[in-house]
Design a protein around this ligand. Structure first.
Ligand SMILES: *Cc1c(COP(=O)(O)O)cnc(C)c1O
Length: 207
C-alpha cells in the first residue's frame, strides 16, 4: 500500500523525491500518481517500459529516472524512455548514450554513479578515476553531467559515503546529488542530497 512518510512532507529545501516503482503493482503506481508524485525511478529498461508506456500518455508531466545499470545495447530504448539517467559509470555507456541522444535529438541530464565503497560487485566508477571520467564525459563525449549518484555499502555508515560524494562533486562544480534510499534518506538529506530514490518506504516491500 502506498503511504507517503510525514518526514518527506517537510523538507525545507528543494529536493526531488523519486518514487522507485520497480517490482510494484500498477495499483501502487496509480496511488502514487493520485497522491501527486511525478518523479519515478526504475532500474530496468524493459520493466520501466511495461510500467510506463501507457501511463505516460495520460500523465505527460511524469519524469522517469533510470537508476539501474545500463547495457550499451539498451541505450536506444533507455534514451527513448527516460528523462534522467543516474548510472553513467563507464566510457562505453557514456558514448552509447550520447550517440543515441544525438540520433533521437533528445538531451538527457545524467549523473555519474560512483562506487564510493569500492565494492567489486557494485556498479560505479571508482573514486580514483572519477575526476578523469567526469572530464571525459563532459569535454570529450559531451554529456550533460549534472551530478553524482552513489549507493553506500550495506553495512557502512552511509553518512561517510554521502559526505564524500558531495565533497567530490562540489570540487567538480556539480550541484546535484542522487543519494539516499528508504533506509538512509534522512542521513542523505542531512548530507545534502538533492535527489532521493525511495521505494519500500513509500510502497512497502517489493514482491
Ligand atoms: C531499488 C532501488 C532504490 C530504492 O530502494 P528502497 O530501499 O526500496 O528505497 C534506490 N536506488 C536504487 C539504485 C535501487 O535499485
Amino acid at each position: 500500500m502506498f503511504h507517503y512518510p510525514d518526514d518527506l512532507k517537510h523538507i525545507d529545501r528543494d529536493v526531488t523525491v523519486i518514487a522507485v516503482t520497480k517490482k510494484q503493482s500498477s495499483q501502487n503506481i496509480q496511488h502514487a500518481l493520485d497522491f501527486g508524485l511525478r518523479h519515478f525511478g526504475e532500474n530496468r529498461v524493459q520493466e520501466a517500459d511495461a510500467h510506463w508506456r501507457d501511463l505516460r500518455r495520460v500523465y505527460d508531466d511524469v519524469v522517469l529516472h533510470l537508476i539501474g545499470p545500463l547495457q550499451s545495447n539498451k541505450a536506444n530504448d533507455a534514451v527513448a524512455l527516460f528523462d534522467v539517467i543516474h548510472t553513467i559509470d563507464r566510457e562505453k555507456i557514456a558514448r552509447a548514450v550520447k550517440s543515441e541522444m544525438d540520433k533521437q535529438r533528445k538531451n538527457i541530464p545524467c549523473f555519474i554513479q560512483v562506487n564510493t565503497g569500492d565494492e567489486p560487485q557494485k556498479a560505479g566508477i571508482s573514486l580514483d578515476n572519477l575526476d578523469e571520467f567526469y572530464t571525459l564525459c563532459k569535454n570529450d563525449i559531451g554529456l550533460d553531467i549534472i551530478g553524482l549518484m552513489c549507493i553506500p555499502p550495506i553495512d557502512a555508515n552511509a553518512a561517510i559515503h554521502f559526505r564524500l560524494l558531495k565533497q567530490r562533486g562540489e570540487n567538480l562544480g556539480l550541484k546535484y546529488f542522487s543519494m539516499g534510499m528508504s533506509g538512509d534518506y534522512q542521513s542523505a538529506l542531512a548530507c545534502g542530497a538533492t535527489h532521493l530514490r525511495i521505494g519500500s518506504a513509500l510502497f512497502g516491500e517489493r514482491h
